[in-house]
Design a protein around this ligand. Structure first.
Ligand code: ADP
Length: 387
């Protein structure tokens, strides 16, 4: 049983609150990723679970037992870090088995565990290699094998792929998913890379300023972000945001006037709201025939175009504003088909799919609603049910 529970965990360093009242309930066998910007408290949270750091407050349980004050070796965990610290003068077999030999396991048991771990990370046939004869990815697999031989109930991984090149990182993501399936063990994984979090995890825990923002399956965080922070952090490129005030049932953002009379139970005149929409939910009016709940078209001017191969990102500024004088956050980013013929400084009419738009409270940043019409909210609800 590798379930992990954090209750009201706090870690303070003099006046810095690295982890603030963290509550997490991770089920046995789950792959949970702690994600957030640098300095948000991900590593400190992981260290409190490993026992490398003692929390200032709160309790931590692993496999149903409270471990808050236990040393790392008595917690049934194994760790893999960003820096792969292999012994350079030992071959792969000795590197993997080092901890077991220290603990005086008998030779047959060591053999069994090393062979199994080498098979899981696909390093069979390389056990007599020296670390300097291996690629970065292979060395990272040795580090993972060294964790596997301990047969822990929980794996803790802190940015284990951060030092690998981009291509290998993507490959190792699939490897880790396979590993998780094969070992059927709880994995708690730290990364600042939201794409890594999205692709591998059963649930992602989004952290900002030491506080947990949302802990949910990746697509739920994407489609139903709990607040503006999660909406902006998950998804690349980021969601577009426009702030405004509701007047006579219309949210006036300066760029778009959004009819919010459809959600009058939750939104009132005078409310200060942030309107959020992802680049893929913004359309050229001429291609939006299938969008049944589109906003009124707004004339905008194209600025930078970024062809990505499978789509083109188009930065748009409202008509009449000079590009030089624009605030970056009043630009609208739109994703269009790769065969769309557009050039810089062209005038286009754009619409937004209201079924995919979000409203957030300006002060707290909390999400108010996902989808601006009855049917639209239903689309988001269905997404949630599917996951
Ligand atoms: P992340 O892993 O998300 O980058 P960390 O958990 O490393 O963030 O750090 C969270 C906050 O705690 C940061 O402000 C960092 O400076 C602070 N912090 C971490 N470890 C220590 C320490 N040993 N002493 C003082 N401050 C620390």
């Amino acid at each position: 049983m590798g379930n992990v529970k954090l209750e009201n965990v706090e870690k303070r360093y003099s006046d810095v609150v690295a982890v603030d009242d963290m509550n997490l309930d991770i089920k046995d066998g789950e792959f949970v990723t702690l994600v957030g910007p640098s300095g948000c408290g991900k590593s400190t949270t992981l260290e409190t679970i490993s026992g490398l750091t003692m929390p200032t407050d709160g309790t931590i349980s692993i496999a149903g037992h409270e471990v808050t004050n236990l040393p790392p070796k008595d917690r049934g965990i194994a760790m893999v870090f960003q820096n792969i610290a292999l012994f350079p003068h030992m071959d792969v077999y000795d590197n993997i088995s080092f901890g077991l030999r220290l603990r005086k396991y008998d030779d047959a048991e060591i053999d069994r565990r090393v062979e199994h771990a080498a098979e899981v990370v696909q390093l069979e046939g390389m056990l007599d290699r020296m670390p300097d004869e291996m690629s970065g990815g292979q060395r990272q697999r040795v580090a993972i094998a060294r964790a596997i031989v301990r047969e822990p109930s929980v794996f803790l991984m802190d940015e284990p792929l951060a030092n690998l090149d981009a291509k290998l990182r993507v490959h190792m993501r699939t490897e880790l998913q396979r590993l998780h399936k094969e070992l059927d063990t709880t994995i708690i994984y730290v990364t600042h890379d939201q794409a890594e979090a999205m692709t591998m995890s059963d649930r992602i825990a989004v952290i900002n300023d030491g506080e947990l923002q949302q802990c949910a399956p990746p697509l739920e965080c994407y489609n139903r972000p709990a607040n503006r922070f999660v909406a902006g952090f998950i998804g690349s490129p980021s969601m577009n945001f426009f702030e405004g005030t509701v007047e006579a049932g219309t949210l006036k953002t300066g760029v778009f006037d959004i009819d919010v009379s459809t959600v009058s139970e939750t939104v009132s005149d005078g409310d200060r709201l942030t309107f959020g929409v992802r680049p893929e939910d913004v359309y050229l009016a001429e291609t939006a025939d299938d969008i049944t709940h589109a906003t009124a078209p707004v004339r905008m001017q194209t600025d930078v175009l970024e062809p990505m191969g499978d789509e083109i990102f188009v930065y748009l500024t409202p008509e009449g504003d000079s590009v030089e004088g624009m605030e970056a956050d009043t630009q609208l980013l739109m994703s269009v088909d790769p065969d769309t013929t557009l050039s810089q400084d062209e005038y286009v009419d754009v619409v937004i799919d209201r079924t995919r738009a979000h409203l957030f409270e300006v002060g707290s940043g909390d999400a108010i609603i996902h989808g601006l019409d009855g049917e639209e909210s239903e689309w988001f609800r269905n997404q949630q049910e599917e996951h």
